[in-house]
Write a protein that binds this ligand. Sequence first.
Ligand SMILES: Cc1cc2nc3c(=O)[nH]c(=O)nc-3n(C[C@H](O)[C@H](O)[C@H](O)COP(=O)(O)OP(=O)(O)OC[C@H]3O[C@@H](n4cnc5c(N)ncnc54)[C@H](O)[C@@H]3O)c2cc1C
Length: 477
Amino acid sequence: MFGFGLPAKIKRIVGKEAVLDRPEDLMLYEYDAGINRSMPEVVCFPRTTEQVSRILKLSHERGVPVVPRGAGTGLSGGSVPRKKGIVIGLARMNSILEIDLANERATVQPGVVNLELSKAVEKHGYHFAPDPSSQKACTIGGNVAENSGGPHTLAYGVTVNHVTGLEVVLPDGRVVEFGGKSLDAAGLDLTGFFVGSEGTLGIATGITVKLTRLPESVATLLGIFNSVEDAANTVVALTSAGITPSALELLDGWMLRTVEQALHAGYPMDAGAVLLIELEGISEAVEEDAEAVRLICLRMGAREVQRAKDENERQRLWMGRKQAFGAVGRLSPSYYTQDGVIPRTKIPQTLRKIEEIGKRYGLQIGNVFHAGDGNLHPLILFDVRDPEQTRQTLEIGREILEYCLSVGGSITGEHGVGMEKLSMMPSMFTDDDIEVMTRLHDVFNPGALLNPLKVLPSARSCREAYNPGHPSLGESK
Ligand SMILES: Cc1cc2nc3c(=O)[nH]c(=O)nc-3n(C[C@H](O)[C@H](O)[C@H](O)COP(=O)(O)OP(=O)(O)OC[C@H]3O[C@@H](n4cnc5c(N)ncnc54)[C@H](O)[C@@H]3O)c2cc1C
């Protein structure tokens, strides 16, 4: 597939120390944090928009596929190069270009790590609100591509609600600008359209985001329940009472014990579930809501409601939630994180269904998720070296997503479709829906050379290779 001399040409663009083409190096770029694999032929690390543009021009001329990659924490195989070719790693484009406090905006290169932006503006009383649990590692370019959410999505929304402008390199190498610093740009809203396009329309090389003021006051509560059912019912009771916590996270009993053993976050080992509830705002309102939340939790069957006494305790409780996936890694050679959405009123019955599915297959499933958004993350423990367990795990994932759809939900809340959920797209969308999305995709990426075989089962290149079965775990060995 690779044209003669292409790696040498890429080295001339970015410098030879910014190119990897030895198999032992390339192996590190054949996967993200999900379970799909495929090895690229070359990986390069540009530092400027101009270098990205020159690489895309080259790939366009030669007909070579290209896949953008941030930190590789994606969970749906988005940065896995299904058709091999070039991976453009954006990690070295990691400068904060401008902090404009007067207009509450920052402009960053795509490789800036999510948490680094909040750290840079904290001293001015601001933060970047989208906070995926992977925020210590994931990049803002990856957040834009996946339209990432996080624990605080309930109050602040997802990434698209925080991006006002983009500089994008198109698959043929042209550089275009969408939006700017204002909230509503003239013309079509291409910024909104680009966010969530999973690296299939262009490569974001400059991103202008909103900066959000840090709240005057924060209260973090831990509702402790004997049963997961009571905790799930409390989620609905809280939101029906007109209280919008900034975060409302649920960990079931198995998950909280796993987290506690690994991280000592302060979760009670004998509970059936905990709710991590955060309230933000002006002090009086936060105090009023915190008392209302405490009373609702107790009325709904909580045996106790604790409150973080200081910032250290708050950080410890959050560390348990944000590092929960890692804690599972101690117990099992592999785990598969699903990402489905349901109306929050359906949480109790969906958790029962997940438990029933896990028992039927004989595999452990833990739950830690954004309960306020109805965004589930069942973690299925398995051994990827065992083909039968792997097949069963994928089958479980599919059954859970089908159940989410059957109760009016969605196949993804924040991790994207990538290559992982391609085969589920026709279960969620009609042929006409997919046709419209495909035509829009083709305007930007007509040859489907940029991130091929992702998101849209009927996109030009997917039509050839679309397999309605399960996503392949390995495409290049
Ligand atoms: C432990 C853990 C916890 C997580 N928690 C959350 C969570 O709470 N919320 C959430 O939403 N996600 C979560 N994720 C998923 C993941 O972290 C996010 O999807 C994140 O935004 C990916 O960023 P990245 O830099 O790692 O991107 P990558 O994984 O490298 O890439 C993701 C996609 O973005 C594309 N891409 C990357 N950079 C660009 C660019 N500059 N221009 C165009 N396309 C680009 C890639 O091609 C790919 O399709 C979690 C993952 C892990 C491992």
